[in-house]
Design a protein around this ligand. Structure first.
Ligand SMILES: O=C(O)CCC(=O)C(=O)O
Length: 257
């Protein structure tokens, strides 16, 4: 899909999610796949001191992911999360595509747009971590971001830990007091029962538009292929952290180039 119609937008507003179809084609997809592997392997010409990088496991003997701190943690493809990818020119160029500008304009109006996070989320082959049911909502911000674009860089399947969602769940905030939108197990049982879950199986290069309040989570990877993905949360650039921190502008005055 290259642009949205008003029918698409209405469906998104009702359901809280929308398949955007294949947005990355052969060469562009291959370039981003290569780029993220190079970043993990320490071979990319990027400022690693600006990038949050989290290993899938804190150590060989640990079942827990590593700390979420800035800087490279060793040449391995076993990273769980990498943020601050707006500072990489290839990822930035993808984030600045016109279709995403159009989505932001529909959601926020004609104002500058920043990203709360431009994030690689990975489930390495036969690894990965369970991500509990949550809504993307952070009490550290002075207003709530409303949209994310989640792009598959590998095939995503039930077996390799694709994202699961509960359609229409974005109309209500389930656990407003949690600082990053996570549900208690009891809330998950009530609000994300198995019968209501949809598994977002995607081909590489396909993307989905997600309302930030849409309930979602994901499982570990039981297959021999990784589940690499790129998730960008777009918000009004006037959004501030309660500490006063500003965020990278992606569209409009002051945008990264
Ligand atoms: O990639 C995943 O499994 C989920 C990522 C997520 O929670 C997000 O992009 O908001």
């Amino acid at each position: 899909m290259l642009s949205l119609t008003s029918d698409h937008w209405n469906a998104f507003q009702t359901e809280g999610w929308l398949r955007l179809g294949k947005v990355l084609s052969g060469d562009d997809l291959a370039a981003l796949q290569r780029r993220i592997d190079d970043i993990m392997l320490g071979k990319a010409d990027v400022d690693y001191s600006r990038m949050l990088m989290q290993l899938d496991r804190a150590s060989d003997s640990s079942d827990e992911p590593g700390p979420q701190t800035k800087g490279h943690k060793g040449a391995t493809l076993d990273y769980r999360k990498i943020q601050d990818l707006e500072f990489d020119p290839l990822f930035l160029a993808y984030m600045q595509r016109p279709i995403f500008r159009d989505i932001c304009r529909r959601m926020y109006g004609d104002v500058p747009i920043a990203c709360f996070r431009a994030m690689f989320m990975n489930k390495p082959a036969q690894k990965g971590t369970f991500l509990a049911w949550h809504q993307d909502r952070w009490t550290m911000l002075d207003r709530d971001p409303k949209v994310s674009i989640w792009t598959a860089l590998d095939p995503t399947t039930v077996a390799n830990g694709c994202v699961q969602i509960v359609p229409r769940s974005h109309h209500t905030l389930v656990n407003p007091s949690h600082d990053s939108g996570f549900l208690t197990p009891e809330q998950a049982a009530t609000h994300a029962p198995e019968k209501d879950r949809v598994f977002l199986e995607l081909k590489p290069g396909e993307a989905v538009l997600l309302h930030n309040w849409l309930l979602h989570g994901s499982d570990i990877n039981h297959t021999n292929i990784p589940r690499r993905a790129f998730s960008v949360c777009y918000m009004d650039a006037r959004t501030r952290a309660k500490t006063g921190e500003k965020f990278s502008v992606i569209f409009g005055d002051g945008a990264l180039a």
